[in-house]
Design a protein around this ligand. Structure first.
Ligand SMILES: *[C@@H]1O[C@H](CO)[C@@H](O)[C@H](O)[C@H]1NC(C)=O
Ligand SMILES: *[C@@H]1O[C@H](CO)[C@@H](O)[C@H](O)[C@H]1NC(C)=O
Length: 191
């Protein structure tokens, strides 16, 4: 339990290593670019969100919400893929895929909860705002930890093309998750 808490903390720290520059006004596209400067993978951040600039309307909450929505979609996509691969495997490989599918299912649930907290920010006042942002941070950090759990589970599986594929896909999902977490963390500065 203590180790899991520590992992949480370290993952969160790593995810926000980039300085939290606040996103400033500009047109919607420029706004997204500025927000993305506070993330660890700014190019991925910008490229994945620029097409939705009109949804964001210069709002840091909307940027965090969009990043969370995109992250949820990515986690769900990889979770389905792993679920599919699981049926063709056996022994230790099947166990690793099965644990990974479960961890990704939890991560998807946590990204969903993050989205719900952010959606609730619209009507929140007073201390509820800080409370919801803090919950959103906790859920997104937990999602990152679960993604880590998925790949850790393959440590005892030798070289295998499916292992390589899953690890590659999950690494990319982790980048999306780290970015979404940084944009949620950015709300602490803006609220
Ligand atoms: C937004 O600003 C950038 C840089 O200032 C500019 O290149 C781009 O054309 C602008 N886009 C819109 C839709 O105004
Ligand atoms: C995020 O997803 C929710 C639920 O599908 C939707 O209501 C909301 O408009 C989306 N927001 C953004 C900024 O993509």
């Amino acid at each position: 339990m203590a180790a899991k808490k520590l992992a949480f903390f370290l993952v969160s720290l790593a995810a926000v290593a980039a300085a939290p520059a606040s996103c400033e006004e500009g047109n919607s596209t420029e706004f997204i670019r500025r927000c993305c400067e506070a993330t660890r993978y700014p190019r991925l951040c910008f490229n994945s969100m620029a097409g939705y600039a009109s949804l964001v309307q210069g709002s840091p909450v909307q940027v965090a919400q969009l990043a969370t929505n995109l992250t949820l979609g990515r986690i769900s996509g990889v979770a389905s893929r792993v679920e599919l691969l699981r049926h063709g495997a056996s022994g230790r490989k099947a166990a690793a895929l099965s644990d990974c599918a479960e961890a990704l299912g939890d991560a998807a649930d946590q990204a969903q909860r993050t989205a719900a907290e952010l959606a609730g920010l619209g009507a929140a006042v007073g201390p509820e705002v800080a409370w919801r942002v803090s919950n959103a941070q906790t859920w997104m950090s937990a999602a990152l930890t679960n993604e880590e759990t998925c790949t850790d589970g393959f440590e005892r599986v030798g070289p295998w093309p499916i292992k390589a594929e899953v690890c590659r896909r999950v690494r990319r999902v982790k980048h999306f998750t780290s970015n979404a977490l940084a944009l949620v963390n950015n709300l602490v500065a803006t609220h």
